[in-house]
Design a protein around this ligand. Structure first.
Ligand code: PA5
Length: 444
């Protein structure tokens, strides 16, 4: 389902000790599947696809999704980081590019809140919701993250004022920890439908729990196919060896890192995959970037960004490599038409599909960037559907854990994320942060 082609990278790896990295890779794989590595209390995601397929939770998710669909033109997913990026990545990859112009009760539009602190955004959202039938899915594992908590307070009030408390309870679903956190207390008190994020699954590895699956099911995509694709990839990833694409990917990106390439650019060639890249950036950035180590994950969307970032990639500082995702088959079909007058000189393309033209852009760009001394990895998938996306999600998660173990960091914590939060709380006069506040004010 996924083909990883790294043959164009070998010539860039002149000074690397392959044997050493091969040993690191095998050790990382063994630590992961024996569950003996750093952060091994957060390995629940390893079994999620099969667990979801075997438990009754998918049916429960579908039932709640059907209720929200029936009630809503718009479903607001409130969450930040791992609590919203996975569902957004899948929904945007599978949906119509113009869904925001064509939605209705039964076929609702999913929009997002609590993933930033923009005041205008919140005002615009409430203006939209004044005239629409809507529901809310609030997602926070800790149940205490400030951005979604503020958005939820505002949206919960709005929902209760619009529909009354009892109907609002039908329209609000909470996804959070089994027992801890402010969100859990609110959900219990208000009797909301609730899904649990397992203790051993961290936010950015949670897309195959209700965190990702409920919003995806609300958007009418097949969550069992998504889990099935992930489950098939799981079998491949658990086996050590040449045929394991996650091992191949973890190895090659670490070899390039050792050779001095510090930035990995994920390249997609479809606008619908932009949020898949965003999900990947969070997964790798938050998992690997610690102890002054880790590749910097960045993303571009071609051919759009060939007209902005393309110049830098071709001729800027040589510290980056690219991983290009190529999708063999488009979901829909359109050919370039023949024009008798040919005033635009485009008849040489007549009869070709748009995807064929895109493919030549992909090949042409690969060759140009290789000539510009940018190592290029190809990752091909046959098409974008629930099954391939499920496989891709599991592949990236598994490779991420392997990669992090290869540089000897814990993939499952995020100690650095706390620093900005503490400063923000101090600046907002949160009780308990008085000393930090005076220190910060002196430094301002
Ligand atoms: O991957 C992670 O753990 C983070 O990105 C979290 O998902 C993010 O910070 C949101 O946390 P929470 O779900 O606790 O609100």
């Amino acid at each position: 389902m996924i083909t990883l082609d790294d043959k164009r990278v070998k010539s860039f790896l002149k000074e690397v000790d392959f044997q050493k990295y091969d040993t690191k890779l095998k050790k990382a794989h063994s630590s992961l599947i024996r569950r003996s590595g750093k952060g091994n209390e957060f390995l629940g995601w390893l079994d999620l696809p099969d667990m979801m397929l075997d438990s009754g939770e998918l049916t429960e998710i579908q039932k709640v999704a059907d209720r929200l669909k029936r009630l809503s033109e718009i479903v607001v997913v409130i969450g930040i980081g791992g609590s919203y990026l996975g569902s957004r990545a899948v929904i945007e990859a599978l949906g119509s590019n113009f869904k925001s112009l064509n939605y209705s009760k039964g076929n609702p539009l999913v929009v997002y809140a609590g993933h930033q602190i923009g005041e205008d955004y919140m005002v615009d959202l409430l203006e939209l919701l004044n005239n629409k039938e809507y529901s809310l899915i609030i997602i926070s594992k800790s149940g205490t993250t400030t951005e979604p908590a503020i958005a939820f307070r505002i949206l919960k009030n709005h929902c209760e004022q619009k529909y009354g408390k009892t109907e609002a309870q039908q329209r609000i679903v909470a996804i959070t920890d089994a027992s801890k956190g402010a969100l859990k207390s609110v959900a219990n008190k208000e009797n909301y439908s609730t899904f649990v994020i397992p203790d051993d699954v961290g936010g950015r590895f949670s897309v195959l729990t209700a965190v990702g699956l409920l919003p995806i099911a609300v958007s009418d995509f097949d969550v069992s196919q998504l889990c099935l694709g992930a489950s098939q990839m799981r079998k491949t990833c658990l086996e050590e060896g040449e045929n394991n694409p996650a091992m191949k990917y973890a190895l090659v990106r670490n070899l390039l890192y050792a050779q001095g390439y510090k930035i990995e650019l994920m390249v997609n060639y479809l606008p619908s995959l932009v949020y898949f890249t965003e999900w990947w950036k969070q997964l790798y950035g938050e998992s690997e970037g610690k102890e002054n180590k880790g590749l910097f994950p960045a993303g571009v969307s071609f051919s759009t960004d060939l007209h902005s970032m393309g110049q830098y990639v071709q001729q800027g500082e040589r510290h980056l490599f690219e991983t290009m995702i190529w999708v063999e088959k488009a979901q829909k079909k359109m050919l370039v038409p023949l024009d008798k007058e040919n005033l635009d000189g485009l008849n040489f393309l007549a009869g070709k599909s748009i995807n064929e033209v895109n493919e030549k852009a992909f090949i042409g760009t690969t060759m140009a960037h290789l000539d510009g001394q940018v190592p290029v990895i190809h990752l091909r998938i046959p098409e974008v559907n629930e099954k391939t996306l499920g496989a891709l999600i599991y592949f990236y998660e598994f490779a991420c854990a392997l990669s992090a173990y290869m540089i000897d960091v814990n993939p499952f914590d995020q100690p650095g994320v706390e620093d900005y939060k503490e400063n923000m709380f101090a600046m907002l006069n949160k009780p308990g942060f008085e000393t930090l506040r005076s220190e910060l004010i002196k430094r301002l």
